[in-house]
Design a protein around this ligand. Structure first.
Ligand SMILES: Cc1cc2nc3c(=O)[nH]c(=O)nc-3n(C[C@H](O)[C@H](O)[C@H](O)COP(=O)(O)OP(=O)(O)OC[C@H]3O[C@@H](n4cnc5c(N)ncnc54)[C@H](O)[C@@H]3O)c2cc1C
Length: 379
């Protein structure tokens, strides 16, 4: 664990930093592309360095502290869910490179991510292979001095703007063995990308590989071992999806409490209707339960409790994203029609929370992971 002073920043301290430095530079929608000023601000505020080793410009030991990542994401998401996502994708997009890249490749790319000069992305999903990551088919075929990639990756956060991508492709066989991770910089001949316009209020896109040559030096980790490296990212980052949701779901709850104490109907405050006040009670209870699961999963990861990490992270991600959906949906219910107006905070959060039950493994996949771990001893 690093000794960086930012290790002691709690959620409230990150929230204050975000109010002062991030709120003024938030972009209203994704069409303006990746917010590079925000990514630079993370570095200035010291939010990147603890996740990287000193030799790459960080202040940590190269290990991810899931608890720290949760605290940062929760504090940022109270001000801007986009900021919380951008921090996670920046660290997640370079995670495999920082751990498994050749030393020269790490030296070339990781310091530029830590300094906020390079935007990263992670590409696993294919049009026909989403949840079933292990069955991905995009081929990487061996060529003199490297590999040639052909095919398509879809729903990639920060595409098409990211500068460097960690891309997973099939180098042999079928199933989890035979997948390899590659580093592919933007601008590589044959590699193109496009933005997707969707419900999610953040930058996302598709990637196209037309016989793209990737040199051997850009292979990340052992050939055929990419699936394990990809799954390690989920172990580290899934608890932080919970923290991301905690940040903005809390705002939705606070706004609802405030509104219930001001809005009148039938001659009384709506908060005095039990039907409304009990909604608030349920929202608060689910938020607290999500908090406990999230930080417990982060602690399990940080303790290196490998027997529990997959299940604990899946529970946190499952519960927090479902609770977040409940909270934001009912925050809209408490507000009535006004919250559905384009540009209203809750309209924005509704679009934000919906995607969280799909990315980094759908709710159904989280239940599969939990069930598999429960039944493992019986098989
Ligand atoms: C906002 C957003 C950001 C994303 N960012 C990235 C990114 O940066 N990089 C990246 O690689 N991908 C990313 N994705 C893709 C994401 O990981 C996939 O969408 C997700 O894994 C689900 O795959 P799918 O959409 O193809 O759905 P499918 O896998 O086709 O699933 C369709 C439905 O079937 C259910 N289902 C599938 N298998 C099972 C099963 N075994 N048991 C029960 N139900 C099952 C699913 O739960 C779902 O309800 C992102 C997606 C979104 C929405």
């Amino acid at each position: 664990m690093s000794q960086d002073p930012n290790q002691t920043l709690d959620v409230d301290a990150v929230h204050r930093l975000a109010q002062e430095h991030i709120a003024p530079i938030v972009q209203p929608d994704a069409s303006q592309g990746v917010n590079r000023a925000m990514i630079k601000a993370f570095t200035r505020l010291g939010l990147m360095a603890p996740f990287f080793a000193g030799e790459f410009g960080g202040t940590g030991n190269g290990e991810i502290s899931a608890t720290l990542l949760c605290r940062y994401r929760e504090g940022l998401a109270r001000v801007s869910p986009q900021a919380s996502t951008a921090l996670a994708t920046q660290i997640g997009g370079i995670f495999v490179v920082a751990r498994h890249g050749l030393h020269a490749v790490r030296k070339e790319w990781v310091p530029r991510v830590v300094s906020g000069d390079v935007v990263t992305a992670l590409a696993l999903t294919e049009p026909e292979r989403g949840s079933d990551v292990a069955s991905m088919t995009m081929p990487a075929t061996q060529a003199p001095g490297g590999w040639r990639l052909s095919g398509k990756k879809v729903w990639i956060m920060k595409a098409p703007d990211a500068d460097v991508y960690t891309v997973f492709a099939r180098t042999s066989g079928a199933g989890p063995r035979g997948i390899t991770a590659f580093l592919v910089p933007k601008g590589t001949p044959g590699f193109t990308a496009e933005a997707i316009d969707g419900l999610w209020p953040d930058r996302i896109g598709n990637l196209f590989f037309d016989d793209v040559f990737v040199p051997d030096a850009h292979v990340l980790g052992p050939v055929g071992e990419g699936f394990k490296l990809g799954m390690a990212i989920f172990d580290a980052f899934r608890p932080s999806v919970g923290a991301h949701i905690l940040g903005f779901a809390r705002v939705a709850l606070e706004e609802s409490v405030r509104y219930a104490g001001q809005r009148r109907a039938f001659g009384q405050l709506i908060g005095d209707f039990q039907a409304v006040s009990h909604l608030l009670a349920e929202m608060a209870t689910r938020l607290e339960a999500a908090r406990l699961l999230t930080y417990e999963a982060a602690a399990v990861y940080d303790r290196g409790d490998t027997a529990r990490i997959k299940s604990a992270s899946a529970m946190a991600k499952l519960y927090a994203s479902e609770a977040g959906q409940y909270i934001v949906d009912n925050a809209i219910q408490v507000h009535g029609a006004v919250a559905l107006q384009k540009g209203h905070l809750l309209e924005h959060l509704y679009r934000e929370v919906r995607a969280s039950r799909i990315y980094e493994g759908t709710s159904q996949i989280q239940r599969e992971i939990i069930a598999r771990s429960l039944l493992a001893s019986q098989r």
